[in-house]
Design a protein around this ligand. Structure first.
Ligand code: ZN
Length: 270
């Protein structure tokens, strides 16, 4: 259950209000929140306050972190939880470390012949099991639109995946979902993407080819698309969209379609 009692929760919200104009600036920057209902907006706003009280944001030199930047990060982090109830989904870590730029991180891979390869890979984010999340600040600032890219959601999807053990592309599903459905749908889409890249490593795939790296990355990347380019994901892999809709208990595609119906010049992708 949520770690703060209702009393502590209310006290936190009262002590750390978000000014209306600041919240409007955050909403303006994060266009992928457009179309949320008033109740959803209110939930998200409160969830940001609680999240920022619960997690420690460590900014390395070169990252300017004021309240507005903290809220930009928190609002993106909380969107996936909008309809998941007040469970502590982001448990097991307390710190988010913000790097001023992409960073090198040691990578290890054992190839088919058993040879271990080690190299330094350039990363914009990492989620350590039972440890912190690391985000490159330019990637956070570039996230929040309808562009099929969201570094914050990507790394936090790994954290959701790790709630039931290793990151393997299978987060803890709800009681009304079936692991067999999830596994079949995700595997078929993953294999499809993999086949396209086997035929042509430079293929113009419908979603970021990084999703074909392994099942954990497939879940993280498709989660990014689910929230930030639901139309592209739904067109490419409609059943993956449906499984994620069951998991996150929200429907960003319906929200995007409504925005486009209300405003024909609303730009989802530019
Ligand atoms: Zn990843």
């Amino acid at each position: 259950m949520w770690s703060l009692s209702a009393w502590r929760r209310q006290r936190t919200l009262t002590r750390h209000p978000i000014a209306d104009d600041m919240w409007q600036r955050v909403r303006h920057h994060l266009s992928f929140l457009d179309g949320l209902s008033a109740a959803e907006d209110q939930w998200l706003r409160e969830a940001c306050v609680l999240f920022l009280q619960d997690k420690h944001l460590t900014a390395l030199p070169g990252v300017e972190l004021h309240q507005e930047q903290r809220l930009l990060l928190a609002a993106q982090a909380q969107l996936p939880l909008l309809h998941l109830g007040d469970l502590n989904w982001y448990q097991g870590f307390h710190e988010i470390i913000l790097y001023p730029d992409d960073f090198l991180s040691p990578q290890r891979h054992r190839d088919a012949s058993g040879v271990e390869h080690e190299w330094d890979g350039e990363h914009s984010g990492e989620a350590w099991p039972q440890g912190p999340i690391i985000l490159a600040w330019p990637g956070v600032m570039a996230s929040g639109g309808w562009e099929g890219y969201n570094l914050v959601i990507h790394e936090l999807a790994h954290k959701l995946d790790m709630l039931n053990g290793d990151a393997n592309g299978l987060p803890p599903l709800h009681a009304d979902m079936r692991v067999s459905d999830w596994a079949k749908v995700m595997q078929e889409a993953y294999d499809d993407l993999d086949r396209q890249l086997d035929r042509n490593p430079d293929a113009q795939t419908a979603i970021d080819p990084y999703a074909a790296e392994n099942p954990a990355e497939f879940f993280a990347v498709t989660s990014e698309y689910f929230f930030s380019a639901p139309d592209l994901l739904h067109e490419a892999y409609p059943q993956v969209y449906e499984q994620l809709k069951l998991f996150y208990r929200q429907d960003p595609l319906a929200r995007l379609r409504q925005l486009l119906a209300e405003n024909p010049v609303y730009q989802a992708h530019d």
